[in-house]
Write a protein that binds this ligand. Structure first.
Ligand code: UDP
Length: 239
């Protein structure tokens, strides 16, 4: 089975919103368990998994800033929110007997390890899922950019972005019934058409470093495993 797989090392980006399920805020433990199961299937066939988790289910700097907070303070709160999500994900993974490590871009001694690229790669080689938290550690960035950055840094073969829709559409499929889904797009097409699937900083970074991105629907059971063994799901963005 291991010989069939397409990817040896992937970087999976989970948004904070994906963790809240049908609730409007916070973390739904049932969703965490289902994600742990899907991620465990990858680990089970020997795929090395890095995870970047968002924080939008708790705080987003831009929204806090609209509510009157200082933007940088809001971004710090957003980054701390991703650490909370990472801890919850680690807990779910460990309960499913999947060894995992949380690293943070912001040092948080006694809670999680500080990000260290070589240590992260070593952990993944040893079969641990490594959860990269606190984004890039800098305000004004997003966890999409963090996912692309970490993916490139740790030599992942692809960044997989889990979303609510099953790929990139020509328009918002919820609002426009004529919207069609792309199987493939170049970075330039995403940038030129401002297809709001990932922030543009993240797309530019991937283009510069030739890192493919696949956008897919995590809610679809088995989609993640399908991608890793080479079937087509969602939309691929590449050169
Ligand atoms: N954030 C940041 N720098 C980063 C990553 C994230 O300041 O490198 C902050 C930012 O305020 C962001 C919040 O953390 O709104 C949560 O991340 P994001 O919005 O990307 O989460 P997601 O939408 O994936 O849940």
């Amino acid at each position: 089975q291991v010989g069939d797989k397409k990817y040896k090392r992937i970087l999976l980006k989970l948004s904070g919103e994906a963790l809240m399920g049908d609730q409007g805020f916070g973390i739904d433990p049932a969703v965490l368990d289902r994600m742990a199961l899907e991620i465990g299937q990858l680990v089970g066939i020997g795929v090395q998994v890095g995870l970047v988790v968002g924080g939008g289910n708790i705080y987003r700097g831009a929204a806090l800033s609209e509510a009157g907070l200082d933007r940088v303070t809001g971004d710090h709160m957003g980054m701390l929110a991703t650490v909370m999500n990472a801890l919850a994900l680690r807990d779910a993974l460990e309960r499913s007997n999947i060894s995992s490590r949380v690293m943070s871009a912001i040092p948080m001694s006694g809670v999680v390890e500080h990000y260290d690229r070589r240590a992260a790669m070593r952990y993944m080689e040893q079969g641990n899922v490594v959860i990269f938290s606190a984004g890039t550690g800098n305000p004004f960035f997003t966890t999409d950019s963090a996912a692309c950055l970490r993916g490139i840094e740790v030599d992942a073969e692809i960044v997989l972005k889990a979303t609510k829709v099953d790929g990139i559409y020509s328009a918002d499929p919820v609002k426009d019934p004529t919207a069609t889904r792309y199987d493939w797009l170049s970075y330039d097409e995403v940038l030129a058409n401002k297809l709001g699937v990932m922030d543009l900083t993240a797309i530019c970074l991937c283009e510069d470093h030739d890192m493919p991105i696949r956008v897919f629907k995590m809610d679809k059971p088995g989609a993640l495993l399908n991608i890793v063994v080479g079937s087509s799901e969602g939309t691929l963005v590449s050169r």
